[in-house]
Design a protein around this ligand. Structure first.
Ligand code: AMP
Length: 176
């Protein structure tokens, strides 16, 4: 995977959505067909031998590469969504994020103990979102949990919040 080429495609938007945030816009990464292919191939190579049975994507930017990767891995796709969006009974978790607080939900019948889960989101900032997502996934007691981000803001040290049994990988790392 040509990480420096991928990095060049990420657009930085200063002070979005609030002052002080350097927003990493991944739409510029996805809109170029060659870059999208590079990313898709790279992700597939990272996870093809892990026995992943379900890719779980976090609303909403985890819904772009998540299903694409699930298809390539012959795995199912499960959404984690904001409150009130999932129609059947859910588990939920509330957490702090880089800007504000949020709640996420997953269907209670989305996973089972036989699953090997790959949790995917576009970006690791403080880690609050993904730690809450891991807590939700643990309720199902799956065989293994992998966590993947396209981008990691290393200075925020979100990675430190995760238990050592969780395997975390990110592709493009930033030190701001
Ligand atoms: P956190 O819970 O702090 O790790 O925040 C991660 C979530 O917030 C991800 O779903 C990101 O899409 C979004 N996010 C947080 N900070 C940024 C940023 N600087 N640029 C783009 N997205 C961000």
């Amino acid at each position: 995977m040509n990480v420096s080429k991928l990095r060049e495609k990420v657009r930085n938007i200063p002070d979005f959505p609030v002052k002080g945030i350097q927003f990493k816009d991944v739409t510029t990464l996805f809109k170029d067909s060659a870059t999208l292919k590079e990313l898709s191939d790279g992700l597939f190579k990272m996870y093809q031998n892990k026995g992943i049975t379900k890719v779980v994507g976090i609303e909403s930017r985890g819904f772009i590469m998540g299903p694409l990767l699930a298809d390539r891995l012959h795995a199912g796709f499960v959404p984690i969504r904001k409150p009130g969006k999932l129609p059947a009974p859910t588990f939920e978790a509330t957490y702090d994020k880089e800007y504000g607080t949020d709640t996420i939900q997953i269907h209670r019948d989305a996973l089972d103990e036989q699953d090997v889960v790959l949790l995917h989101d576009d970006l690791l900032a403080t880690g609050g979102t993904m730690v809450a997502a891991v807590d939700l996934i643990r309720k199902f007691n799956p065989r293994k949990i992998y966590v993947n981000f396209l981008i990691e803001l290393e200075d925020l040290k979100g990675r430190k919040l995760f238990d050592p049994d969780i395997e975390i990988e990110s592709i493009i790392k930033y030190n701001i």
